[in-house]
Design a protein around this ligand. Structure first.
Ligand SMILES: Nc1ncnc2c1ncn2[C@@H]1O[C@H](COP(=O)(O)OP(=O)(O)OP(=O)(O)O)[C@@H](O)[C@H]1O
Ligand SMILES: Cc1cn([C@H]2C[C@H](O)[C@@H](COP(=O)(O)O)O2)c(=O)[nH]c1=O
Length: 210
């Protein structure tokens, strides 16, 4: 695949501030005259948003861990094929709120399916498309969960409602990924005020692409 644009993904525990900061980064890149696509996983397009609803529905407590991993991978494939890959071909900078590292940390590590096993199904789904840069929003999972609990606009979903033990394991999973991919994954301190986190993320992106 000839990829002309840049693919930047954002990762971290619940409530880390990714969505908030990415929106500001999107506006700054646009002001800079770039073609930018802001999207998210799971979701971003019609079919993947439907899969998102199935995965995150609080009513679906019986969902099997492998089913969950496969659904995330299916949503990812459709999103890549329909939206991300065409945008990269056209030279867009693609900002994606979560990508394959979420599957590796949540399903691979925290659900206990195994990082390598979850990687295997995702390798099929992503077919070689990997981020040029991943920004990890580093925050104590308890602090992130407290932020979303305070936000009245947000309905907590099936994954949000997992135990603190699960969310701590997600964080541990990310630490393992940071050890495995030190060149791709850059860390930012997400416990700082929003404005500072935005400045730091802007610097990380600027150092590589602007
Ligand atoms: N740096 C910050 N300091 C304090 N509160 C913040 C900060 N950044 C975001 N918030 C608030 O925390 C909540 C979660 O932020 P946001 O939705 O951006 O996180 P997120 O990483 O996208 O979460 P999730 O992945 O769980 O959807 C929101 O209410 C937001 O206003
Ligand atoms: C892509 C992806 C996501 N998850 C989890 C992470 C969150 O709990 C939800 C998505 O909700 P958000 O508010 O949009 O962050 O799904 C996952 O477990 N595995 C994945 O691959």
């Amino acid at each position: 695949m000839v990829q002309k644009g840049q693919f930047i993904t954002f990762e971290g525990p619940e409530g880390a501030g990714k969505t908030t900061v990415i929106q500001e980064i999107y506006h700054r890149l646009k002001e800079d005259g770039r073609n930018v696509l802001l999207t998210r996983e799971p979701g971003g397009i019609r079919i993947a948003e439907k899969i998102r609803t199935i995965i995150l529905d609080n009513d679906h407590q019986e969902m099997d861990a492998r089913t969950e991993a496969l659904l995330y991978a299916a949503a990812r494939r459709q999103h890549l094929a329909e939206k991300v890959i065409p945008a990269l071909h056209e030279g867009y900078t693609v900002l994606c709120d979560r990508f394959v590292d979420s599957s590796l940390a949540y399903q691979g590590y925290a659900r206990g399916l195994g990082i390598d096993e979850v990687w295997a199904i995702n390798a099929f789904a992503i077919d070689g498309v990997m981020p040029d840069l991943t920004v990890f929003f580093d925050i104590d999972p308890e602090v992130g969960l407290a932020r979303i609990a305070k936000n009245d606009q947000r309905e907590e979903n099936r994954l949000d409602n997992e135990s603190l033990h699960f969310h701590r394991n997600v964080y541990e999973g990310y630490q393992e990924l940071i050890r495995r991919y030190p060149d791709r994954i850059q860390l930012t301190d997400a416990s700082l005020p929003k404005e500072l986190v935005t400045e730091n993320v802007w610097k990380i992106i600027g150092a590589q692409f602007i």
